[in-house]
Design a protein around this ligand. Structure first.
Ligand code: HEM
Length: 118
């Protein structure tokens, strides 16, 4: 079955999604402080990898690599949920169906224990 990544149009579509997601994350005081030390290029890289993961594209991560990437950040449920919410909204704006969005949220949620409280 085609991944949502392919269904949306692959890499170029992800780039459009990243533009939207990026604006939302950086405008949100709940989470933007996590990124104050991150330069713009790295930030786009994070958002691109994040979205690519969420939509089932290349760059799939193990729980262990996600634990390492978020070590020392002490990400709490409210942070995680804020990021997930921005992702859901971005996909809604791109007219991704609710059914497909639910699947994405499930996939992201499965990583939560590896990302939070590290
Ligand atoms: C399922 C959810 C998430 C995924 C798949 C994900 C993915 C990633 C990846 C792949 C990296 C490593 C980037 C690299 O070094 O190339 C990373 C780093 C990072 N993540 Fe996440 N992330 C998730 C959730 C979050 C959340 C909820 C936050 C904060 C609210 C967050 C903040 C960060 C920050 C600040 C970095 C380091 C960026 C830097 O300074 O280089 N991530 N994430």
């Amino acid at each position: 079955m085609a991944s949502l990544y392919e269904k949306l149009g692959g890499k170029p579509a992800i780039e459009t999604a990243v533009d939207k997601f990026y604006v939302k994350v950086l405008a949100d005081d709940t989470v933007n402080h996590f990124f104050t030390e991150t330069d713009m290029d790295k930030q786009r890289e994070h958002q691109t990898k994040f979205l690519s993961y969420a939509l089932g594209g290349p760059n799939q991560y193990s729980g262990t690599s996600m634990e390492k990437a978020h070590e020392g950040m002490n990400i709490k449920p409210e942070h995680f949920n804020a990021i997930a919410g921005h992702l859901n909204e971005t996909l809604e704006e791109l007219e991704v169906s609710e059914e497909d969005r639910d699947q994405v949220m499930e996939k992201i949620g499965a990583l939560a224990p590896h990302i939070m409280h590290k």
